[in-house]
Design a protein around this ligand. Structure first.
Ligand code: RIB
Length: 314
C-alpha cells in the first residue's frame, strides 16, 4: 500500500468502554484454586472502546470518544491517557457512584491471555450519553462500537450513526446475542472466530466455516462481515468481495487487544477511503505489531510503524 498523507476527512467516533488493565505475566495461566507466582506486573489503559480509540488516533484519525469513568484515580488516569493520545474527550463523563472499570489480565508465555472485567462505570454509559453527543454523528464519519457497553447504548449509537449517514463498524466483543434490527444497520461486523460461532452456531475452525458463518450473518442484514482468524488471517465477505486475507507473521508476546487494534486501524483506513482488502491489511499490520508488545494501549502502533510493516510485507 503506498504511503499516504492523512486525510483530513478521517473522522472516527468511538462509543464504548474504558478501563485500567492490571496485568501479570505468568509462565502459565492459573487454574481454579491454583496460585501461580507470576513475573512482571503492569498497569495500563484498557477497555475495548478506549483501545480502539487510541489505535485510531495513533493511526492518523481525528477521534472522539464517548465513554464513562468513575470519580477515582483510575478514572483520572484513563482520561489523562486519552488526552495524551489527542483524543477528543468532551463526551467522556464521570460517574459519581460507580468505580472506573478494571480488567485483571494474565498473560502466558506464548502471548495467550485470560481476562476478567469489573465493568464499573462502563455499565452506566447510557443512550442519554449518546443523545448528548448527537452533534458528533455527522455524515462522512465512521462509528466504531463494541459490546462492553450496555446493548441499549450500542443500539442508540448505531441508530444515530445510521441516521446521520455514517459508516457503522460493530466489533461484537465480548460475544452476546444480537437482534437482526441492530445487524441491519451495521455496515461492517468484525467478530473473531469465537464471536462468529456464538452469533451463528457455526463452529468457525477455518476459512470454509468462516465463509458459511459470514453468509449467515449477511443474510441477517450485515453488509460486510470480517471474521478475524488470528494467525490464519481474516475472512472478508461483502458486496463483490469474498477473500481470505493472510495475516502478517509476528512473534506474539501478548495478544491482548489485537482485535481492538485491528478494528481501530481498519476504521481509519476505511475512513480514508481505502478499498476493503487494503483496509483489512492496514488493520492486520497494526495488529501484528501490537502482539509483539505487552499491554493493550501501550501496544497500539503509530501510523509510521504500520506503514513500515506494510511496505516490508508479510
Ligand atoms: O480487548 C482487550 C481489552 O479487553 C482489555 O484492554 C481489557 O480492558 C478488556 O476490556
Amino acid at each position: 500500500m503506498p504511503s499516504q498523507r492523512h486525510s483530513p476527512r478521517a473522522r472516527v467516533v468511538v462509543v464504548g468502554s474504558c478501563s485500567i488493565d492490571l496485568i501479570v505475566q505468568v509462565d502459565r495461566i492459573p487454574g481454579i484454586g491454583e496460585t501461580v507466582i507470576g513475573g512482571k506486573s503492569h498497569s495500563a489503559g484498557g477497555g475495548k472502546g478506549a483501545n480502539q480509540a487510541v489505535t485510531a488516533s495513533r493511526a492518523g484519525a481525528a477521534v472522539l470518544f464517548v465513554g464513562r469513568v468513575g470519580r477515582d484515580d483510575f478514572g483520572r488516569s484513563v482520561v489523562a491517557g486519552l488526552r495524551r493520545d489527542r483524543i477528543n474527550i468532551s463526551h467522556v463523563t464521570t460517574d459519581a457512584k460507580e468505580p472506573t472499570g478494571i480488567a485483571f489480565i494474565f498473560v502466558g508465555k506464548g502471548g495467550e491471555n485470560s481476562i476478567a472485567v469489573a465493568s464499573g462505570s462502563n455499565l452506566t454509559l447510557g443512550p442519554r450519553d449518546v443523545a448528548r453527543a448527537h452533534g458528533v454523528f455527522r455524515r462522512g464519519g465512521t462509528l466504531l462500537v463494541q459490546l462492553e457497553s450496555p446493548l441499549r447504548t450500542v443500539t442508540a449509537a448505531v441508530a444515530a450513526a445510521a441516521r446521520s449517514g455514517m459508516r457503522v463498524i460493530l466489533n461484537p466483543a465480548p460475544a452476546q446475542p444480537l437482534p437482526d434490527s441492530l445487524l441491519r444497520r451495521v455496515d461492517i461486523l468484525t467478530p473473531n472466530e469465537h464471536e462468529a460461532e456464538s452469533l451463528t452456531g457455526i463452529r468457525v475452525d477455518g476459512a470454509a466455516a468462516a465463509a458459511r458463518a459470514a453468509d449467515r450473518l449477511r443474510k441477517r442484514g450485515v453488509k460486510t462481515v470480517i471474521i478475524t482468524l488470528g494467525a490464519r488471517g481474516a475472512f472478508v465477505c461483502g458486496e463483490g468481495c469474498r477473500a481470505l486475507v493472510p495475516a502478517f507473521k509476528a512473534k506474539a508476546v501478548d495478544t491482548t487487544a489485537a482485535g481492538d487494534v485491528f478494528n481501530g486501524a481498519l476504521a481509519v483506513a476505511l475512513a480514508e477511503g481505502r478499498p476493503m482488502i487494503e483496509a483489512v491489511r492496514f488493520g492486520q499490520a497494526a495488529a501484528a505489531i501490537s502482539v509483539t508488545r505487552i499491554g493493550a494501549q501501550p501496544s497500539a502502533p503509530s501510523r509510521a510503524e504500520i506503514e513500515r510493516l506494510l511496505k516490508k510485507g508479510r
